[in-house]
Ligand binder design. Structure first.
Ligand code: RIB
Ligand code: CA
Length: 330
């Protein structure tokens, strides 16, 4: 089977780091490039973190293109605090690299590579949608020439920066709106409704500590800040893993259940960044513009994630997964 030719547009970020690691480790995926965007930190931070993840995974051969530092409106979005000042839970300093970003801007790269490979490339957009919307603005054929775009963003019933808005869509709501209006051949939205369900719990995090490999130690440390924050706010021992679910879906579509939907984004006001998801045909006559993830198979996800990234611990992973009750309530 041909490998998925993937570009990851991201704002690393703890959960972006996890997504990149899974994509780099799975044989069904060929990561062609990483594009950075501001979000979990300013652009210098997210760019540096992307370079560090490539180095950590011994994949410095993969190019990284630096992208937008402001939303398409020109405003600089507030950065995420959950992952600390360095975006990697205070642990960014543990990885050193001399690798530099490419000279070409991420938006120019996206436009060029998609034009050169029509209908061949998949994009995982796991930060604010600024680079993608800018590519759409720059080249009207861009969206039509992308094979598939999978977005981590939005939610039908919840939010994490307001009662109704998720961070990535809230940070650049105009860009998110333009993405859903752009007529991609296949557009998948993986929102908080499902990504909240795969948050890393204390027991699984402990398993990573026991594995004691370079990658497991890294993931163990960077997920501490998310767990501390969740404990302080909700008394839950869970660390967010949102972005990684986009990659798990690309590897095995059955990890999530999808429904045809029509999605639009609120640009401003009290509901800024809200994704309004119509799965019931309320907007009669409107063509569906996306597939919306309504549910996730948590066990299937964990099996995929753990056995891909920690292959050498397959026996322990099987034993651990057998002890987990069928459905985790998050
Ligand atoms: O709301 C979750 C999203 O915001 C994730 O992509 C996370 O990395 C942050 O950017
Ligand atoms: Ca992200």
């Amino acid at each position: 089977m041909d490998k998925i030719q993937l570009i990851i547009d991201c704002d690393p970020g703890v959960d972006d780091a996890l997504a990149i690691i899974l994509a780099l480790k799975h044989p069904a995926i060929e990561v062609l490039a990483i594009c950075s965007v501001a979000g979990n930190g300013h652009i210098e931070t997210t760019t540096q973190n992307g370079l560090k993840i490539l180095s950590l995974c011994d994949r410095e051969d993969i190019p990284l293109y630096q992208g937008a530092d402001t939303a398409v409106s020109g405003q600089r979005p507030d950065t995420v605090e959950a992952f600390g000042d360095d975006g990697l839970g205070g642990y960014a300093g543990s990885v050193k690299t001399d690798k530099r970003p490419e000279k070409e801007h991420a938006v120019d790269f996206l436009v060029r590579i998609v034009k050169e490979n029509p209908k061949k490339l998949t994009i995982a957009a796991i930060g604010p949608c600024t680079n993608i919307a800018s590519a759409i603005r720059k080249d009207p054929t861009f969206a039509g020439n992308v094979k598939e775009i999978v977005l981590m963003g939005g939610a039908k019933y919840t939010g994490n920066v307001s009662p109704v808005a998720e961070y990535n869509f809230w940070a650049d709501p105009i860009a998110a709106k333009e993405v859903f209006k752009a007529d991609f051949s296949k557009c998948v939205m993986i929102g908080l409704d499902v990504t909240n369900k795969i948050a890393l719990d204390a027991q699984c995090r402990e398993l990573l500590r026991i594995f004691d490999t370079r990658l497991s130690r890294f993931i163990y440390h960077i997920t501490k800040s998310g767990m501390d924050e969740n404990w302080e706010i909700r008394y839950k021992m869970l660390s967010p893993m949102h972005d990684i679910l986009t990659i798990a879906y690309l590897i095995d579509e059955k990890v999530v259940s999808l429904k045809e939907s029509n999605i639009d984004i609120v640009e401003d006001g009290i509901a800024r960044g809200q994704s309004v998801v119509d799965i019931d045909g309320h907007w009669h006559g409107e063509k569906c513009n996306a597939l919306y993830a309504v549910d996730v198979d948590v066990l299937k996800f964990y099996r995929l994630f753990l056995t891909t990234v920690f292959k050498e611990h397959k026996k322990e992973i099987t034993a651990y997964l057998e002890q987990i009750p069928g459905e985790k309530e998050r």
